[in-house]
Design a protein. Sequence first.
Length: 96
Amino acid sequence: MLFALICTDKPNSVDLRMSVRPDHVKYLESLGAGLKAAGPFTTDDGSPTGSLVIIEAETRAAAQAIAADDPYAKAGLFASVEIKAWKWSLKNPEAK
């Protein structure tokens, strides 16, 4: 099952985001094939304001655990994290 992790940064947290980013990227890479897509939300001028991470997990509880283990979450970067089940309908390279 796919889940979208919709993460919103706390205000004025770009410095925290950038300092933790290497660990965050390493963590996401450690998910292997379970990571389907990831990237930051930005302002119109490109400043990061949050993250969208699409993962595969067996259950919502497993997706919540993955979200909680993210170094960004552990560092207190996020004001909120919404987890939504997601169906990849178009342009899915794994579709049968």
